[in-house]
Design a protein around this ligand. Structure first.
Ligand code: SAM
Length: 185
């Protein structure tokens, strides 16, 4: 199985009107995605935010789970948050993984905003040897178009077979995507 990194992006993402914005960090996202990433044996989890104060907030959350009372009380959480690194952008995360040539970037979205890589093929590709897989998750109303356009693939949206309501939280979407790729089925 190839090395896999999860990146949670707070900029550039879309708002409800389709404008490009920067979202605030949600505490819940930070350690919930760490737990999912760790559960599916991802080697890295990056929270990317362009604003220093927000990165400091994430570092405080990390410290809380690493050294704080919670880390002592719930060591499993500490093990999960250990893989978390805070960076200023997706590009910084990619650099930390060896640079754009050394990674394969798969973006995610709730809608098929470009022809998508179907999960069946993605699962096979994810289990092959190859460049580090970078799974990019957004916030707000989804990743900005540039991020999706610059990725190697857009992963097939997680969707139900019925209805057209599709507003999963990034926490739910990340866990489902990781299970589709690396879950024991
Ligand atoms: N409507 C937005 C979109 O099209 O992505 C949903 C935004 S959701 C709050 C934030 C992130 O969760 C998205 O950027 C994407 O990474 C992930 N996400 C949400 N729903 C998803 C789905 N059905 N399939 C795959 N990823 C999803």
């Amino acid at each position: 199985v190839r090395r896999c990194a999860v990146v949670l992006v707070h900029h550039p993402v879309l708002d409800g009107k389709g404008a490009t914005v920067t979202t605030a960090v949600t505490n819940l996202d930070v350690h919930d995605l760490a737990r999912s990433a760790r559960t599916y044996d991802c080697s890295d989890y990056f929270v990317a935010h362009p604003i220093l104060a927000q990165r400091e907030l994430v570092e405080r959350i990390r410290a809380h789970w690493m050294e704080g009372s919670s880390g002592v009380r719930i060591p499993d959480r500490r093990e999960a948050i250990e893989i978390l690194r805070v960076v200023g952008s997706l590009d910084e995360a990619i650099l930390a993984l060896g640079g754009r040539q050394h990674v394969e970037v798969w973006a995610t979205a709730a809608r098929e905003r470009r022809p998508s890589l179907k999960f069946e093929e993605a699962r096979t590709l994810a289990r092959k040897e190859g460049r580090t897989l970078v799974l990019v998750f957004g916030t707000g109303w989804g990743l900005a178009h540039d991020v999706i356009a610059a990725s190697d693939q857009l992963l097939e949206p997680v969707r139900a077979t019925v209805g057209d309501y599709n507003h999963l939280s990034v926490r739910s979407a990340c866990a489902i995507v990781l299970d589709r790729l690396f879950g024991a089925h």
